[in-house]
Design a protein around this ligand. Structure first.
Ligand SMILES: [Fe+2]
Length: 198
C-alpha cells in the first residue's frame, strides 16, 4: 500500500477541518464524500513531470507569504502547500491562448491528487490555481460538484451566486455542472479545489 506524502497528508487534514467547519451545508456534505474517499488507501505516488509557469514565480510566492499573516490554520496550510508546489506539473487552462497574454502569463493550475497528480487516483480530484492580480479565470463548468478553499483574497461567481469574496480560509461551493468563474483583484490569488469523482 502506498504511503501518502507527509505534506500532502497535512494539507488534506487541514483542508478537511476547514471544509467541515463551513456554514455551507452542501460544501460540508461534499467534503464528507471527498475525505471519506481519501481515507481509503492512498493512490500510487508519482513523481510529476515538474513544470513551472510565469505565475509560479512572484504571484505564488506572494500569495504563500500572505498565508503566514493569517489566522491558523492558514499559515499551516500555506506551509504544507509551499512544500509541495515545487514538485508539481503546473499547466495552463485549455484554450488559454484565446484569452490573451495577461491570462496566459497570469494563471497556472496544478493537480495534487488525480489522474495526473503526485497521488494518482480516480475517485477524487484535488488541485490548485494561482493567478496574478487583475486576472479573470473564465466561465467554465464540469459535471462534479466542487469545493474551493481560498488561500488569498479573490472573488468567485457562479450562476446561482453573485461575485463573492470568501476571504482567506473561506469556502466556495459550486453545485454539479454549474457555470462558474473566479477573479483576482489587487493581490495574487491562490486557491485549492476539491472534486468528488463518481
Ligand atoms: Fe471548477
Amino acid at each position: 500500500m502506498a504511503v501518502r506524502d507527509t505534506n500532502l497528508q497535512q494539507l488534506l487534514n487541514i483542508s478537511q477541518r476547514i471544509i467541515a467547519a463551513s456554514a455551507n451545508y452542501r460544501a460540508v456534505m461534499a467534503g464528507e464524500r471527498i475525505f471519506e474517499s481519501l481515507a481509503r488507501p492512498a493512490g500510487s505516488r508519482a513523481a510529476a513531470t515538474v513544470q513551472r509557469l510565469p505565475a509560479c514565480d512572484h504571484p505564488l510566492a506572494a500569495a504563500l507569504a500572505g498565508t503566514s499573516a493569517q489566522h491558523s490554520p492558514l499559515p499551516e496550510l500555506g506551509t504544507a502547500f509551499g512544500a509541495l508546489e515545487g514538485g508539481l506539473h503546473w499547466y495552463r487552462r485549455k484554450n488559454a491562448e484565446a484569452l490573451g497574454q495577461p491570462f496566459i502569463d497570469g494563471h497556472a493550475n496544478a493537480v495534487l491528487i488525480g489522474p495526473d497528480g503526485i497521488e494518482q487516483r480516480d475517485d477524487v480530484l484535488v488541485g490548485a490555481t494561482v493567478m496574478a492580480p487583475h486576472i479573470v479565470y473564465p466561465d467554465h463548468d464540469h459535471p462534479p460538484e466542487e469545493v474551493y478553499i481560498a488561500m488569498s483574497p479573490g472573488e468567485w461567481w457562479n450562476a446561482e451566486m453573485n461575485w463573492t469574496e470568501p476571504g482567506p480560509g473561506g469556502i466556495i461551493y459550486n453545485p454539479p455542472g454549474i457555470l462558474h468563474a473566479m477573479r483576482s483583484h489587487t493581490k495574487p490569488f491562490l486557491a485549492l479545489w476539491f472534486l468528488p469523482i463518481d
